[in-house]
Design a protein around this ligand. Structure first.
Ligand SMILES: [Zn+2]
Length: 158
């Protein structure tokens, strides 16, 4: 497991241009699933999901990770239909299309602070989101990004 969130491939421009190619997250971090491994489910993403996962990283996960300053871990990203059913996901879940990730700092206390940071970045117009909520026990934060469904208020009660 990548525990460092190191820049995977650093091609970012010091002048602040687009940073395509540079990312704190690997696609494999968004497809790995302990449930899939335990149940023998092949969670290889569909061809259509891959560019959407890249968008989620570019628009949401990387900017948030950059601001947060220390590693953020993905507990669930893309889910094939079988995996989504196994974890009790909604049939319309953005996870099915590679547009959502459940993220954690690995500490419920820090997750509350991370959630606050997300709200601040969103208010600043720096974090386009479709859905976002802090899970009930603070174990993870769900974020979803659908370029066609950016919400003025993406925050859901849980
Ligand atoms: Zn989720």
């Amino acid at each position: 497991m990548n525990t460092n969130n190191n820049i995977v491939q650093n091609q970012s421009s010091p002048l602040g241009g687009t940073k395509r190619g540079a990312s704190y997250f690997k696609l494999s971090e968004l497809t790995r699933s302990t449930t899939a491994e335990a149940c023998g489910i092949d969670n290889t993403p569909s061809a259509g999901a891959v560019p959407l996962m890249v968008e989620l990283i570019d628009k949401v996960l990387d900017p948030l990770r950059e601001r947060w300053g220390v590693p953020i871990y993905v507990t669930s990203g893309y889910r094939c239909p079988e995996l989504n059913a196994r974890v009790g996901g909604s049939k319309t879940s953005y996870h099915l299309r590679g547009m959502a990730a459940d993220i954690t700092s690995r500490c419920p206390f820090h997750n509350a602070a991370l959630f606050t940071e997300i709200r601040i970045m969103h208010r600043e117009g720096k974090l386009p989101l479709t859905e976002c909520y802090l899970s009930q026990q603070g174990l993870y934060i769900h974020v979803a990004y659908d370029p066609a469904q950016i919400k003025e208020n993406p925050f859901l009660d849980r």
